[in-house]
Design a protein around this ligand. Sequence first.
Ligand code: PAF
Length: 282
Amino acid sequence: MELLNDLASLRAWVAARDLARERIGFVPTMGALHAGHLSLVRQARLRCDRVVASIFVNPTQFGPHEDFANYPRTLEADRAMLAGEGCDALFLPDAGMIYPDGFGTRVVVGPLGEDLCGRSRPGHFDGVALVVTILFHLVRPAVAFFGLKDYQQFVVIRRMARDLAMPVEVVGLPTVREADGLAMSSRNRYLEPGERQRAGSLYRALLAAKERYRAGERDPAVLEGEALRVLREGGIEGVEYVAVREAESLAPMERVSGEPVMLLAARVGRARLIDNMVLSLA
Ligand code: PAF
């Protein structure tokens, strides 16, 4: 796996792909990789000629009291995992390469980024959109791969790519889960053993809501109430939101129809965990 530590080597790598008419698959990450990230690399290998991953803990998507400083940084393990998965190149920018001196431009994603996670993380999705825009311009991928665990992030990035006519296909891939259903996340490392056990109820809450949906329930408040009940029974106190939304637009619905997705966020110990499930999928 080629290590691209500076912009010149990244640009040379991208230019060589252009010359060879190879389609680039791109997996942007913040590191602390797990099986979910590796599933993105695997799909990228299947769908593209060459795969490049990036690791950059992006400061502009963290709020002032969030975990930027403590975000897990596990570069050696990440490199080994990516190489083992057959990733062709790893782009490892530092902050100065992404945000050089004098940087002042902002990307504002609008209402899609203000609801749900955006309520407790104001500006978060603008920061994500900013760094993804810069990375897309540098890497020039044909296809970019994101995990659907971060469902709102996926919807925001797909919308941005369409709105701004970015020549990239934005692909979302299914959440990879632990044996008890907990969605894999770099932040699961923050969980103490008792918290880790309780965290399994996020998945159970989504499953319970899906059961009610399958039984014919179409009132979003009832479906949300069912998920909340399971979360409380599972000892999850710090629920931030549980919401049923239209899957494409994330718009609220009076009666559930079309393709509904349930999204939730909760604090468990030091970790802020999110998960989601499309209720209408088998
Ligand atoms: O999902 C992530 O890891 C990050 O939000 C992303 C997309 C790499 C942007 O920093």
